[in-house]
Write a protein that binds this ligand. Sequence first.
Ligand code: BMP
Length: 250
Amino acid sequence: MIGQEFANRIEKISEEKKTRVICALDLVRNKSESKDVFLKRILKHVSLIQDSVAALKIGYPLVLSIGIEIASEIKRKASDVPLIADFKIADIGNTNKLITQVTYNAGFDAVIAHAFVGFDSLKAVVDVASAEGDKAVFVLVNMSHPGSLQFITPKWIDLTNITLKVDATGVIAPGTRPKEIAEIRKMLGNERLILSPGIGAQGGGPGQAILNGADYEIIGRAIYNAEDPKSAARKLAQITWEKYKIKRGD
Ligand code: BMP
């Protein structure tokens, strides 16, 4: 499996911090806000939640607001927190390869890619992960929003098969529909990771994805839009950790 080192690292961090939360940092720069002020706001947010998260997920909203250098800025402040790049990579093999190289070079530890583009495109991503020294690759095999039911969800078995074929680190699966996570877990086996978004703002109950087979819950707005992000993150860390312990049989 590609990204075993990442899987071990995130597991160790989550044990230390007692959390199964990955925070989605979908913050955007206000029109009147300078890049410097925005950067300070992001770094302050990271320092508030850092003790309660196993990793951070960064995607288009933040990177388009401030640039891909945000990865190294965050690493300087919070060197222990793995960074997952959510660019939902979905292109021809060569373009996928280039996007993945740039992303890892910027300091990200993991990327998220779509499987619907097919085996060769996804393999191009995994090949870069391997060439870069065992970086991680997560594959979208099902999504949390209602529109997923149109095209993606009906194909989850095929998409999971491709994930297994390229030997990816794990998958993204919908925290809004935990029963579907349980199905994916059955097919995937226990080695690979399942990261589940859709908790809180999209209606998924905290801890439910974990109980149904997910390893980590990806949570954005319920943390960064909370009145007190630090205590929201701690509370979600506690809930996910309790459910994780129940699942583990502690
Ligand atoms: P929030 O908790 O604010 O709904 O954020 C969820 C995050 O997970 C967002 O960054 C979103 O783009 C991402 N995501 C998702 O919600 N559902 C998916 O199926 C896949 C995702 O990457």
